[in-house]
Design a protein around this ligand. Sequence first.
Ligand code: NAI
Ligand code: MG
Length: 369
Amino acid sequence: MASFNLFLLPGDGIGPEIMVEVKSILSWFQARGVATFETEAGLVGGSAYDAHGKAISEEDMKLAQAADAVLFGAVGGPKWDSVPYDVRPEAGLLRLRKDLGLFANLRPAICYPALADASSLKREVVEGLDILIVRELTGGVYFGEPKEIVTLENGEKRAVDTQLYTTHEIERIARVAFDLARTRGKKVASAEKRNVMKSGVLWNQVVTKIGKEEYSDVALEHVLADNCAMQLVRWPKQYDVIVCDNLFGDILSDVAAMLTGSLGMLPSASLGAPDAATGKRKSLYEPVHGSAPDIAGKGIANPIAMIGSFAMALRYSLGLGEAADMLDKAIANVLASGVRTKDIAAAGQNAVGTKDMGAAIVKELEALA
Ligand code: NAI
Ligand code: MG
């Protein structure tokens, strides 16, 4: 039986509450003989700061580096609003992204038929939606230098951010998108603004070249990023995989997320470069939402975003695609049967707590097995 080493970083707020439900799911898979999961847990964010004054310790960074996958809950909360900038809770996540080289951020937007009425768009526009946004995460305008505010001679100020991409950075994110498209609908839409940005011209050229030379079996379409935002709201089902830079990906993935209803439903994956010797990628899986301090400790958080993130880990880091499919199916069936946490319950509908939702998913796994 294959054995994997998972590093759990529950973090703050509802993070620990939803991580507990992932633990019961991985225990279930282990009991079924799917794989052995060696788990180790660490501290990140405000809870790490409280324990040792840093958003993540060097020891925990080492464990993250060594793991087959990192499962991350959420960090932050009002308790830590005034801690020094470089040890604030978010610094733990940024450090992980940087040191693990997590350049590819995968954000699926899936609209379960049972929840289609929770979307702000019409049912027929979103029902059955299943798209994947692949966002470049470590380059572009959030990181490019110069990045500064300078005072001019006339006393005015000038702010500069630099949108910067190299061929290598575009090639590797394009390959991630094309590889994923091969396992799905064999379609990639590449979003940029080549009409007004040099980085968009290069993006377009490099993605075109990779597509032509290495992925002629995948259909490639280019779309201007602003048009892509419109199309996502008009008819999102036209897309399969969308690949884009850091800034456009930030915006487009949030647009796509809201097509599907609640924040409590959205998983994500962040992947690094494949290791030259083993082909394994460093990876971190986390819900899109934050630590939800307003509901922390109440036992009502929706664990599906976290559990769905674990399903992505099974699929993309552990090579357990069948187990991932099964877990996704269990989630869909539980939703179809009407079980709802508060965030996805319709007005007047009974809501269950975090534990009940986790237990319902385990029970459904049992039924599917
Ligand atoms: P948030 O995502 O924590 O919460 C926004 C709203 O959605 C809240 O009303 C919350 O109760 C609800 N919500 C979120 N996840 C839910 C779930 N699983 N089930 C049910 N309801 C859920 O964002 P907010 O309030 O802006 O930030 C709270 C804290 O989280 C801040 O300290 C922020 O910095 C941090 N944060 C951390 C992130 C991370 O760890 N990656 C990402 C975003 C925010
Ligand atoms: Mg965002």
